[in-house]
Structure formats: C-alpha cells, structure tokens
Ligand binder design. Structure first.
Ligand code: ADP
Ligand code: ZN
Ligand code: ZN
Length: 742
C-alpha cells in the first residue's frame, strides 16, 4: 500500500450540546479493526463529563492546540449506524436550519441509541461449562429438580435464552448453577424475531389490488419510469380518487427491484387506514415509527429499519430521518399538512422539504400526495420543478359534491345553525343519509359572560378567554391547559353567568334536541383521547348507528365516511381575516378536505358553508374554480405582498417573563444586523397572542427575495445574537421557513 499515510485522523463529533458546532477529538488507536469511521457513536470527555456523540466527519487538521485535543474514550459501534447519505442529510439540515448538529442528531436517533444502547438487540444466554457437563453426566444436582431440568436443557441445546426462559423461578435456578460454576451467561445478539409481516412467505408477491383506472396507471408509470433517478411528483387528487392505490403500486415496484420504501404521514392515530392498507397489501416486514412509541418500541422499530428487515418504513415527521438501506422511493401523504413542520422546541424542520432533499441525494423519486397541495408546492409545479399527476375522478363514485354558501346575515339562525342548513339536514337524514357538521372549536362555548357587568372569564396566564366545558363543569384554556371549576355566578358582581357562542359540545346538544332519536357522534380531542375511542366512534359511524357527526379538524383527516351525504361547515369566517398570510390557505384546505368526506359512497354529496361574508373572494373563488382557482388567487396575492414562495422567511421568536424583556432582546438582535444587503428585518413585534402560559412572546422576521442571501445573513448574524447578554434572559429559537406567523 504505497503512498497511503493513514495517520490517526481528527474526529469531528456531534455532541448533545446547544452549541452550533462539531467538536474535535483524537482517534485513540492506529488504523485497523478498531478504526473509527464517520457514522459511529463514540464516548468522549467533555469538560468534566462524558458524552456520547456521533462522528460526523474526519479531518487531518484541527484549530485546537495539540494539548487541548483529547482522545476519544471509546467506540460504541463496530460499524456506522448512520450511513454517508444520512450524515450528509443531517449536516445539510443543521446548516439550513442553523441548528446545533448535536440537536439535529437527536431528532434522527432514538433516545435509547443516544444513551448508548447497542445497535444489535442483545439477550442473555446461558451456556454449560465443562464442569457443568460433568456434573450433568453424574446426575447432579440430585435434590434440585429445577436446576437439573435446566442442565438437561442446556446439555440438549447448546444454549438457553435467559429472557425466554425467565419464568417460574428459572432465573433462581440459573443463578444457583452459575454460583457452582456449572453454567455461565453471556450477552449475545438476539436471534431475531421476524418483523411484522416478514414471517409470511417471501416467495409470495403482494396481494393484488384493484385494476387501476387510466389516470392511476399513468401516474404509477410516470413515477416508476424514474425509480432510479430523482424526480418530484405531485399526486393531486381529491379524497377517494385513489392516491393510496398509486402509493401501493409504486411501493410494489420498488420492492420488486429489491428496494425499500419510506412513507411519511401526518399523524398515525388519524390515519390507521393507510397503515392498514400497506400491511394488508404486502408480505414484507414493515416498521412503523410515530410519537406514541415507548423508547424501547422506537428502538426496535429503528433497528428493524436499519437492518433492512423492514422493507417498508412508515412514520410521522421524524421518520424522514429513519435509516432505509436501499431506499427506492419516498412517499409523503397529505403533503400540505402543517404537522410535517416541527413548530416547537429547537429544531424546527420541515419533513416534507427534507424528504425532497433526501430523495434528490438518494436519486429516487419522491411522491407528494394531496387533495389540496400547499400553495408553495403548486408554485413549484408551475416553475417546472415538480411534475403534477392528477387523479380527477373518484375511484368508486363519480359525482363530486355540490358546494353552496349560506349567508348568515340573510338567513335566520339559531344556536349557530341557519334555517337552510337545518332544512338540508332534515332532507338528508330523512333520505337515510348521514350528516357531518364541522366546527373547528371544541368545548361547549368559547366565552363565559356575565350579562350584568360584562365580565368575561379570562385565562390569567394567556391573552385568551377560557372555554366552557359544560359536561365536565370546567373552564379550560385551550392555549396553556389551565383548568378550573365552572363558576355559577360572576366573581365580580355575583350575577348569573352565561355561555356564549358555539363549540362542538354545544352543537351536539342542540342537534340532539333538534333531531330526537337520531344519535349524534362527536369527534374532537375531548372525546377521542385514545386510539380505541377513535375506533369506537368510527364503528358507530360505519354501522350507521350514529346518524349525525359533529367534529373538529379531526374529521378532515384520514377517515372515510361513505354514507355521509351532507357536510355543513358551521363557520368559515375564522380563517378569512387573520394576520397570518397562510390562514386563507388553511381554511381552503379544510373546506375542501371536509367537503371530500361527503358522498364517498354511491350517493352524491352536498356541502353547505355558513358565512357572514359570502362575497369574500376566497370563498367565491373556491366555489367557482375549486381549490386550484383559490391557489391561483392566493399565489398572486403572495406575489404582490412578497410573501413566500416569492420570498424566503426566517422568524426569530422569543418569550420572557415580561413583554419588555422579550422585545428588548429582539431589538438588540436587530441592531446587530448592521448594513443589510438584500435582506429585510420586520419587527420585532409582540406575537398576535402575546401572552401564553404566563410568558410574553415576540418575534422578529428576516425576509429576503433570495435564499442564499438570507442564509449568508443568518450565518453571520446568529453567532452575534447568541452571544448577546440579553439572550440569556429569554427563551429564543430560530424558525427557518416558518409555517405559522403569530
Ligand atoms: P385516496 O388515497 O385518494 O383517498 P384511495 O386509494 O384510498 O384514495 O381509494 C379510495 C377507495 O377506492 C378505496 O377504497 C380503494 O380501495 C378504492 N380504489 C382505489 N383505486 C381503485 C381502482 N382502480 N378500482 C377500484 N377501487 C379502487
Ligand atoms: Zn358580573
Ligand atoms: Zn391560558
């Protein structure tokens, strides 16, 4: 090996610290089997602590003085647990989101691995020693039948799994034998139990699905033509148009090539049907990753993905970082869903956007499916960056629902329900249909009011009113969780109080009185707390026992309600006049998604939208031209106002005990910015709801027409912001490409 000078390299390690950098360490040994490679975990000294980190890269030189460069203490993995592609993706994400690499890593690795769990699942096994074999041959131990039996087992099989045999006192027997030196135990890699689905005969292909219609076939073909190259495809089709069937066919082809599929969904709890469809169709191992897993379950799911035993990896947001050897395709279902953007904590990434980056780097296609693609996504279609594949017809039933507006100012209404809406309900219920009433507000009423003195129950920790929960007899804050008994009388003047306005709980009560004998099923976070609650609600709806459904946002996702023939949107106006430029888009998506729940069976559906602003261009545009008409209007409005995607945004948000402190930090940060080139700073301003959970929130926006400029500015500016003394008096975070502006 001439010319090969493999001196011990510098290892650049990502550590769980809030610092925006990697840390240099010396490799402990000479090259050889103990060699440390990027992607392996190492234990290192850090100050007086020891930390576990991941080697992100190696280098030949360091800026650290020789005496400061400390050696790695220990290598935790015999092979990299993150491959080169994943390391590159994580580094890219740390750069793009300007976030500490150690915290980015925390999003990618299960906690158990970050704490040092082995890559391989291990188990304890017992082995017979030579002394033990002799003892066994001599019929020992005579008076301990359990020990004797264990020796027999070990003599017959080479080893015995500790965990599996740990019932009814086996462990005590084993310990006794161990003390006598007749058996020893060792931790060895677990003889792997097959992952879900993998036990089925792999020689059998997937179960056959329905014959595709022309649009589905074309979409599948287009995507599969580029199975070994990057391509971004927007699969746009209303609910029920057969998008999932296309995902299944594309996955099938990827599997047939020996590749694996990564499927991202907004929320597992709300989309059990999708998981079920994949499980049902394929006889390969599948790994499901979501936020409700325990640490151990997450570790197991991750190991299944890592080892390649799971050929389909399906999960929510953070699954975009799941290991998928021989990745063949990435599918993002409901790509417009805001939950793909992490909007809390430190590392605020968009799983949808990272899926595109990952697909490009892996040279595989990425499929973005939705009935209502994000306005940004449609802009990318127009710009030719994504290819659009349309599914215009429902797979099962042809007629799209009829949508109409009800003018709340021109029609009598009672308890939130207008006369035309009630009449339509009578008609549909009379004809045997089910009715879905949508209201994006849970609880009984949003306000508790004293009619004598005008007192309104406020949250003491938020700039918000408390919501009345009548059944529970509680007043609750939907922003901070504050919870107190429902007062009978005004605490200020002692007069009687009154619940004002409508929540789902009250609508349910009103409808029960209006349609006696027709059972109501409510779907919101107050009634659906666990997955089984949802299953029970779905059962009552599917069986036809529930005739009227009342629900929040929860009903716009995932589920089919095939016998619903009428959808009533009680109040469309919340999204029309918001300070957030994305609010109209959310509203349009919600209306289209909820409308898509209607008439999925044989009968055509009808959708009624109650509003006080029937002439609002958003609503009329949506009605006249559908979602795409709306999206065109929205894009031209954003172009006018220079909002994304016609500009790039980053938000610096902070919170503090007082409004002054929160604003002061951002004001100082702003003053550090110096001369701005192609970048604008907007604010700081208090958040629209400034006080939340007792803290005062504010934000400063950074805007630029050019992505590169924005990021160069952030690179130079953030280290200074970070070192401001006032930074220590607030909690702050950077949000690149924010989805919500408060
Ligand atoms: P989406 O994901 O767009 O909501 P699905 O793929 O779930 O649509 O399809 C809706 C329903 O139609 C499902 O019950 C599915 O099994 C069925 N379906 C989809 N494609 C076809 C087809 N080509 N022929 C018959 N039924 C189909
Ligand atoms: Zn009062
Ligand atoms: Zn509150």
């Amino acid at each position: 090996m001439t010319g090969h000078t493999d001196t011990a390299p510098i290892l650049r390690v990502a550590l769980p610290t809030p610092l925006r950098r990697l840390f240099d360490y010396r490799s402990p040994g000479a090259p050889g089997p103990e060699r440390i490679e990027p992607g392996m975990r190492v234990r290192v000294p850090f100050g007086r602590r020891r930390l576990i980190g991941v080697v992100m890269e190696t280098a030949t030189r360091t800026d650290l003085p020789e005496e400061k460069l400390r050696p790695v203490l220990e290598r935790l993995d015999g092979r990299p647990i993150l491959d080169r592609a994943m390391l590159a993706l994580l580094s890219w994400a740390a750069g793009y989101y300007h976030h500490p690499p150690g915290e980015v890593l925390a999003a990618a690795l299960p906690k158990a691995l970050r704490l040092g769990a082995t890559l391989e699942a291990m188990e304890e096994r017992w082995y017979l020693t030579p002394a033990g074999r002799d003892a066994w041959a001599q019929g020992e131990p005579r008076r301990a039948p359990r020990q004797r039996q264990l020796l027999a087992e070990l003599a017959a099989h080479e080893a015995c799994a500790g965990a599996a045999e740990n019932r009814g006192g086996w462990r005590d027997a084993a310990r006794a034998l161990e003390v006598r030196g007749w058996i020893v135990s060792a931790r060895v890699p677990l003889a792997r139990a097959p992952v879900a689905g993998a036990d089925r005969d792999p020689a059998h292909g997937p179960r056959t699905g329905p014959e595709l219609n022309d649009e589905q076939r074309q979409a599948t073909q287009r995507i599969c033509q580029s199975l070994d190259a990057y391509g971004a495809f927007v699969l746009q089709g209303i609910t029920g148009s057969g998008k999932t069937e296309v995902y299944l066919r594309v996955t099938e082809q990827a599997l047939a090539l020996g590749r694996s599929a990564l499927v991202l969904v907004p929320e597992i709890g709300l989309t059990p049907q999708l998981v079920g469809r994949f499980r049902e169709r394929f006889r390969v191992g599948m790994s499901v990753l979501h936020s409700a897993l325990t640490d151990q379950e997450r570790l197991t799911a991750w190991r299944d993905a890592f080892s390649g035993r799971a050929r389909i990896v399906l999960g929510t947001r953070s699954a975009v970082f799941a290991p998928v050897p021989r990745l063949g395709v990435i599918i993002v279902d409901e790509e417009h869903d805001p939950s793909f953007k992490q909007h809390e904590g430190g590392f605020r990434y968009s799983a949808r956007d990272l899926a595109l980056v990952r697909a490009r780097r892996a040279a595989v296609p990425v499929v973005l499916g939705s009935a209502t693609p994000a306005v940004e996504t449609l802009h990318n279609v127009e710009a030719g960056r994504y290819a659009r594949l349309r599914l215009t017809r429902r797979a099962v039933q042809a007629a799209p629902p009829r949508i109409a507006l009800i003018d709340l100012r021109a029609n009598a209404h009672h308890a939130g329900l207008s006369t035309p809406a009630v009449q339509a309900m009578e008609r549909h219920l009379g004809a045997g249909g089910q009715v879905l009433v949508f209201l994006n507000r849970r609880g009984y009423a949003p306000t508790l009011l004293c009619t004598a003195c005008g007192w309104v129950a406020p949250c003491s920790d938020c700039d918000a009113r408390l919501t009345v929960h009548l059944g529970a007899r509680r007043l609750r804050c939907h922003h901070c969780g504050a919870d107190s008994p429902l007062p009978e009388r005004c605490p200020q003047c002692g007069f009687a109080v009154k619940a004002v306005g409508q929540g789902t709980e009250r609508i349910e009560e009103t409808l029960a009185a209006m349609f006696p004998g027709l059972p109501c099923v409510r779907l919101d976070r107050d009634v659906v707390r666990r997955r089984t609650d949802m299953e029970e609600a779905m059962r009552r709806i599917a069986s036809g026992e529930g005739r009227i459904l009342v629900g929040t946002q929860m009903v716009t996702k995932g589920h089919d309600f095939p016998n619903v023939t009428l959808v009533v949107v009680l109040n469309a106006d919340q999204g029309l006049f918001s300070t957030d430029f994305r609010a109209p888009e959310r509203l349009a998506q919600t209306i289209v998604q909820v409308a898509g729940r209607a008439g999925r069976g044989e009968r055509p559906g009808e959708v009624l939208i109650q509003t006080e602003f029937p002439a609002h261009p958003l609503l009329t545009g949506l009605l006249a031209e559908g979602y795409e008409g709306f999206a065109r209007t929205a894009l031209s409005e954003r172009r006018e106002a220079s909002w994304p995607p016609f500009s790039r945004l980053a938000a610096v948000r902070d919170s503090a005990a007082t409004a002054e402190t929160a604003l002061a930090f951002l004001t100082e940060a702003r003053s550090l910015a110096g001369r701005l080139q192609g970048v604008r700073l907007l604010g700081p301003v208090p958040a629209a709801m400034a006080k939340r959970a007792g803290r005062h929130h504010a934000q400063l926006l950074v805007e630029s027409a050019d992505r590169g400029r924005l990021h160069r500015f952030l690179d130079a500016w953030l280290p200074q912001v970070e070192s401001l003394p006032s930074a220590r008096r607030v909690r702050w975070a950077l949000d690149v490409d924010p989805m919500e502006l408060f």
